[in-house]
Design a protein around this ligand. Sequence first.
Ligand code: AMP
Length: 510
Amino acid sequence: MNIALLLARAARAHPHAPALAHGTRVLADHATLQVQVARLAGGLHRLGLKPGDRVALVMKNHPAYHVLLLAIWHAGLVAVPIHSKLHPKELGFIFGNCGAQAVFATANTLGACEEGAPLAPGVRHVIDVDAAGFKQLGAGEPVALAERTDADLAWLFYTSGTTGRPKGVMLSHANLMAMTLNYFVNVDTIAREDCIVHAAPMSHGSGIYILPHLAQAACNVVPESGAFEADEIFALCRHYRGVTMFAAPTMVKRLVDAPSSFEPTGLKAPAGLKTIVYGGGPMYVADIKAALARFGQHFAQIYGQGEAPMTITASGKAIHLDTAHPRYDERLGSVGLPFAGVEVMIADDNDVALPTGEVGEICVRGPVIMQGYWQNEAASNSALRNGWLHTGDVGAFDEEGFLTLKDRSKDLIISGGSNIYPREVEEALLTHALVAEVSVIGRPHPEWGEEVVAFVVARPGAAINAAALDAHCIENIARFKRPKQYRFVDSLPKNETGKVLKTALRLQLD
Ligand code: AMP
């Protein structure tokens, strides 16, 4: 099934329901959007693109992102959503690797796309969605929905690449449908009157969360800034009702730290906020508690990766609400329970399932798992060996089936023969009142193999020192896990989705 059928159905059942908005302005209902999409699909065919061809999107969040994605699928093409802040050389690599023939850009990315395109000889068109040419492309005759099989590719997602060259994760129409249906079982409900605000990059999780909302004929809202601005988000949550948004943990932190303009109403959160789905990186217990205290019970978590989009485990609102549970803190520190539609196994080095409580690699299988990496058989075979996706994440199940992530296997620190999970040390340091952010890595040590080093960002104006943090660790974690060195820094290096770049921190070690 072509995933764009979701729009055709919404247009038939709820033609006049709002489908797409820019800020508070509704741009199209579902019937209008359906016609725009079918016309733009015709324009894409006129560019010479044929079913299966790749189309790159290097755009900040923009209403045209929504229309283009649906038009690409309607036309039977494959969307290659790329983060808008990549370097021209990185863009050139991805264009060349996926063989993109057309690239769509926004004003802020056009220069980089034009610089990157010559590095990939296949690129024939670089189109600015704010220019007249884009309007003309969508002004012709509408075309019929292209036939697509379940296995045909819909979304070629380049892994964010905290190490090495990015690889193209191949997601099919059926993978996206599996992601969509799983949302309703384990994350949240969506009503027709609800909406999603795309403040996080649409090139990542927020973009595929278009689909559950489309399935319910709810509205997709793109903030006018095209970015993650706390004030604008709060204002949109006052204007709309039933607002969901996806946010990386660093974004949630920004909302928590933002001064609020809604508190005079006496409400904890702006009136229309329904759900913030967070995920994509570790959420520390201290941070989610601060978010719950600030905004109330509006949070659900997902754990996924490009290769299993948004769908490995989840903890819904009920888990965040159950404060009386004796293991409440452990549950908050976990990534929740496996989604209904996937199998999750903790495996040893031979892909044999380990008993409850034991730490091993997290492996996943089910209809949401990628088809493989684009034209990279070796990497595909390695990631998908024995029928399981090997996530590269390490974790353990508890008796009730909650999964706790330890760390990416490559981030594990082995010191004096003992395993030290950076996350445990980070969690402990973050409970210190003067610590704003922290990241822990291992440094080679001649005697111990590795030793623990912590990079610490202090709260603004806080006078903090290593002795105080050491004393705090002694109170909270085993002595062998304590950092041997603290580096005080103004900020931590992060990639475009807000993940801390431990590779960049390692380069700072002497
Ligand atoms: P990406 O493919 O860029 O989305 O990165 C996926 C990786 O982010 C996963 O393999 C995990 O290491 C991490 N990740 C995703 N969701 C969570 C979560 N809820 N908690 C902790 N780490 C997460």
